[in-house]
Structures are given as C-alpha cells and as structure tokens.
Design a binder for this molecule. Structure first.
Ligand SMILES: CC(C)(COP(=O)(O)OP(=O)(O)OC[C@H]1O[C@@H](n2cnc3c(N)ncnc32)[C@H](O)[C@@H]1OP(=O)(O)O)[C@@H](O)C(=O)NCCC(=O)NCCS
Length: 157
C-alpha cells in the first residue's frame, strides 16, 4: 500500500528535493518559490520554519514548509502558517496533496493550534480551488498580492 510521510531534508535527499521544483509548469512556478530558496529561508529562520520532504513510500515527491510562529495572525489565534507547498508534477492530481494536508492538520491538533493559514496567487483556479475544496475559507484579505486563506482545524475530524 502506498504511504505518504513527511521526512527531514538531509544531505541524503537534498538534491532530490531541490530538483522537484524543476518539474512544475511555468504557471505553477509563479505560485511557489523553489525548494532551494525555501530551504535557504528555513536556514535563516530556524526557530520558525518547519521544512519537510514529502515522501511516497521511499520516493521524495514534494516539499512543504510551515511557519510555526507566524506574524500578523489576528486576535491572538493559535495558528500555523502553511508557507510553502508543492507536489512534483507527475504526482499531482492523485490525492496526495489532500493526504499531506491531513498530516498537517494532525500536527496542528497535536500542537494545539486552532487554525492553519495560507495564501495563494489568484491567477489560476489552482491552487485556490484545491484549498477551498479542502475546507479553507477565503478571508478576503490580500497580502503581497496573495489571497489569505484560513482553515478551522476543528472543522476537520
Ligand atoms: C496544489 C497542489 C499541492 C495540490 O496537490 P495535488 O496532489 O495535485 O492535489 P490532490 O490530487 O490531492 O487534489 C485534491 C483535491 O483538489 C481538487 N483539484 C485538483 N486540481 C483542481 C483544479 N484544477 N480545480 C479544482 N479542483 C482541483 C481535486 O479534484 C481533489 O478533490 P477531490 O478529492 O474531491 O477529488 C499541487 O497541485 C501543486 O504542487 N501545485 C503546484 C504548486 C502550487 O500551486 N503550490 C501551492 C502554493 S500556495
């Protein structure tokens, strides 16, 4: 059975993880920074960034990074921010993206966070529709040209 897991980025998988960015279409590349840039930012913010490689069994197929201490969260809500997220082109549309969000929701629950925020560019249906379908709501707030979306963790059983 296929198993999705989140694993540390190490010397062993660094090259494979960074190469995944090359698989995205030109449109998709506008939606998410390269994984190498995200990992550089994680190095600069070690207390905030939570970067993980997404594995399908033993194969790295994507990358995700949370901000564990996001600024600008309203009303002192306990929240994480989904900072970066990508699945390699050949593995998209197979339900893995949704499965990864389930793992992140579990982490939010374990860490007693009430909300997960993210933001996305609005040029195309994706990834906006993907997030709405999962349960995120559109806050109507625009930040740096990206629409801010919010997931109520308690809405996910
Ligand atoms: C966004 C992304 C992570 C989604 O991962 P994925 O594995 O392709 O998504 P899934 O296959 O799990 O799809 C989940 C749901 O979204 C829906 N969906 C997928 N593409 C869609 C589209 N173009 N329009 C509407 N819904 C769509 C699927 O139908 C599925 O719904 P279902 O479970 O009811 O069938 C992935 O496509 C990706 O990496 N895109 C490029 C980078 C990017 O945009 N990252 C986000 C930065 S904010």
């Amino acid at each position: 059975m296929n198993k999705i897991s989140l694993q540390l980025v190490t010397h062993d998988n660094f090259t494979a993880v960074t190469k995944l960015s090359d698989t995205l279409t030109d449109d998709q590349k506008k939606c998410v920074a390269t994984n190498v840039k995200s990992l550089a930012q994680a190095y600069l913010s070690p207390n905030d960034a939570w970067p993980r490689a997404i594995y399908l069994n033993d194969t790295p197929i994507g990358f995700i990074m949370l901000d564990l201490n996001p600024d600008d969260i309203p009303n002192n809500e306990k929240a994480y921010y989904l900072w970066r997220y990508m699945i390699a082109f050949d593995y998209q549309g197979k339900g893995y993206g949704k499965e990864v969000l389930d793992l992140i929701v579990n982490k939010c629950k374990e860490d007693q966070k009430d909300f997960l925020y993210t933001s996305c560019v609005m040029e195309n249906d994706m990834p906006y529709q993907f997030y709405l379908k999962y349960g995120f709501i559109d806050t109507g707030v625009l930040e740096e040209d990206e629409e801010v979306l919010k997931l109520d963790i308690s809405s996910k059983i």
